[in-house]
Design a protein around this ligand. Sequence first.
Ligand code: NAD
Ligand code: GLY
Length: 365
Amino acid sequence: MSTVKVELTGAVFRSYPIVIERGILDRVGAGMKGLGLSGRCAVVTNPTVGAIYSKRLMDSLKDAGFLAALIEIPDGEEHKTLSTVASVYDRLLEERLDRDSSIIALGGGVVGDMAGFVASTFLRGVPYVQVPTTLLAQVDSSVGGKTGVNHPQGKNLIGAFYQPRGVFIDPDALETLDKRELRAGLSEVVKYGVIRDEAFFSFIEANVNGLLNLKSAIVEAIVRSCRIKAEVVMKDERESGLRGILNFGHTFGHAIEARTGYTAFRHGEAVSIGMVMAAGLSLYLAVTTEGVQKRIKNLLVAFGLPVDAPGIAPSDFIETVRLDKKVKAGNIRFVLVEDMGRVAVKDVEGKKLKDFLELYCHGRG
Ligand code: NAD
Ligand code: GLY
């Protein structure tokens, strides 16, 4: 078992453990009891994940003395809405959860973001724990307290920072995950190496097959990813500076997702292309070397992730990037890679971005 601690200043209960252990799904109830939780609770999941894992989780809650209800919400990003959240409030009231009750998010990032948002608002805030079951959720979305839902005008526009009381990660849950989803999560794992830890990047390079086949390397990768995310969140919970580095590859990635209607690529796939583009932009601006860019691209290719942007015109790219949140006074904020394991947040002039995209989109970037 490995435990990573997220220690935040402020009110009590804002620090929490991330426990990573094969088979921990059967011990979540005991783990929650150890965190001082008891009484009624509700497991929020979807039918896909629920069919495979809810019984084991519910049994562990009952064994630990919890009175547990199961709440299923529909599977899919298109259901990450306020109306789904409202349906969960209805069920929580029916099940008579009170302010001492807790919520457990069992699923990927969609379930986790919504269940966390419900917990932040139900009865003005009840405790919740994350039991993430996709790799993306295990290394990213379950840690750091970003919760929320989508709005017709954009993704994750409604939400709250609200930290869980604990995160219980069972790497064995990845056995049933679609391989495409696994690869998409590996894209975020690669990101951690690029932004913060050259040695971790080398570890990933040396363990491509072990990671894809869920050998022991996957547990190590989850632990090291969570450590990096925890370290960044502890320094900048509200994303006023440093936390922005977690968005490496995401500005281009978001533009690709938006331009392709959010259906062609999984988020991690768009981020994979976005990271190669961000490294290309870093090279174009002479803040990094060709060697760094090639290393990033080769590793993503080794995982079978896409690395080439679909045919999007430079002007369309720029328009979509400008609609993103990171535009300041005509300049566009990017996370650029300097060396492996080291990035910097920089404002890039619109004209330079346009020149880069012209070159890139014509296959010469
Ligand atoms: P997801 O939650 O949609 O899960 C992907 C699919 O895998 C779903 O169909 C799900 O039912 C299925 N699934 C989950 N676990 C499974 C398992 N063990 N076995 C079989 N099937 C399983 O997608 P995701 O990639 O986990 O999360 C994406 C969401 O996360 C987005 O909404 C994104 O905005 C959010 N996100 C949030 C943060 C944050 O910091 N809060 C960070 C990154 C992404
Ligand atoms: N996924 C980016 C963050 O949590 O800040």
